[in-house]
Structure formats: structure tokens, C-alpha cells
Design a protein. Sequence first.
Length: 307
Amino acid sequence: MQFVLFFLVAFAVLSLLLWSGYQLLMTEEDPLVERIEGLQSTGGKVSARAARKKGKGFLNGFRFALGSIPGGDDMLKENEKRLRQAGFRKENTGAWYTFASVLFLLFVVLGMLWLQRDAPAGSKVGSTIAAALIGYVLPSFVLGKLQKRYRARLQEALPDTIDLLGIVLGTGLALDQAMVRVSEEMQYIYPDLANEFSTVVMQVRAGQDRAKAFAALVRRTGVEDIKSLSAMIIQSERFGTSLSMALKVYADALRTRRRLRAEEAVGKAGIKMLFPIVIFILPVLFVITLVPGMLSVLHDLKLLGEK
């Protein structure tokens, strides 16, 4: 009976975990709709907890219950910030990620309790604590890797995209039109940065100030090069200087940084390969080169002993 009950609970938790992961990863972004919803939600002076309380549905109930726990609101805001910096921009991704993390923690703890069901009490407590730590740390670790990968993709796309933006601005187009044109051209090459530019243009068209739209871009990405680009665009628009020439110089500087990062990665590759060579390759070489000679020597010694 306990065996059947455990597998029913494990199946339910795993199903909910897969469903929350699907909701987190398979949602499509619509920057204009998100901006309009944001303007509507901030139209009245209502607190975040009150807004969650008024909402209906499973996610709103989960977010309100999480906000009732001390530190729950801060954790949800931090998760939403990290998810935005990893490329997930839907409004409910923070709630889905938190829900999936709780389910994963529960699944790992229940699985360890089941595996250690016949173990002594001390071993069961230690293994359960270790499983809880793994279940708590692993989702954050994976999200951190996704953040770094997304930032790396943005940094790799910046030099070519900024160069193209400067060329398009030199043809006489306005900044918004140039960003739309660049996002269309770069959609199939650098889709992440193209979506970021498209989001900025959508926010400006929805009525947001350009400086605030670029500030939101910096907060979403967390990339220092994008922060410098945003400051350059805002200052150029404020003082009326030539933006196309400034972007050309900045693109050259970014290409130099990209080349230096590549050279640094190549320099680190030799050191990183040292440990796999020592651990995996050298023992195999020793076995291949020394074992046949040792076997022949042992065989000869055996023959001498028989004589």
C-alpha cells in the first residue's frame, strides 16, 4: 500500500513539474500586450499583494500565498528579475518558476525518503537534508547558467547589430524606424537582441518615455555594454550629436573586446585541458605502452622459472 501511495504522489508531483516547465518555456512573448497590461495594472494605486488577492486562478492564489510568507515577495521579485535576464519575459514566469522549484524540491525529498525507507534514522535524516539542499540549489544554479548564456549571446550580437544600426541611421531613418529595420534584419541571425530592440520600440510606441524604455532594457539584460549603448543613445538624442558616427566607433570597440575575449578563452583552454589529460588520457597511454611489455616480461620470467 505504501509502495502504491508513494508512486501515485511521485507521479502527481512529476506531472505538475513537467506542466510548470512547459508553461515556463513554451510561452510566447508579446511586448505590446505586456506593455498595455503593465499600464493598465499601474493605473490605480493598488499594492502588489492586494492585486494578487483580487485576482483569480491557481497562479494568483499561489502568488498571494507566497506573498503571505515572510520574504516571499522578495523571493518572487528576485526570481522574476533573474528570469528576465535569462530571456523569459512573460508576467507569470516568476510564479511558474517558483512553483516548479517547490515541486522539484518536494520530488527530490520524497524520492530520497523512499530510497532510504529501510535505512537507520541518522542516515535517513542526513540523506534527506542533502536531498533538500540539492533540490533547493539546483534550480537556481540552472537559472544562473541560463542567465550567463543569454548575456553571452547578447554580447556576441552587439558589435554587428550596432554596426548595422549605425549604417541604417546614416541613411536618414529615425531611431525607432532604424531599430525596427535592424530587428527585422537580425531576427534570424541574432534573435535575442532583435527581440530586445523590438521590445524597446513597442514600449516607446505604447507611450513610454525613450529613456525609461532603455533603462528597462538595461534592467532586463544586465549587460554593461547595453548599458553603455543606452547611455550613448540617450545623450546623443538629448544633445543633438551624430549618433551614427558614435555607434560606428562603439561597434569597433566592441569588436576589439570580442576578439580579446576569444583570445582569453583560447589561452585558458590549455589549462582547462590539463586536468582531463592527466585524469583520463595519460592513464590510458600508460596502459597501452607499458602493459604489453610487462606481460611479455612476466611471460619470459614464467618460462625461466619452469626451466
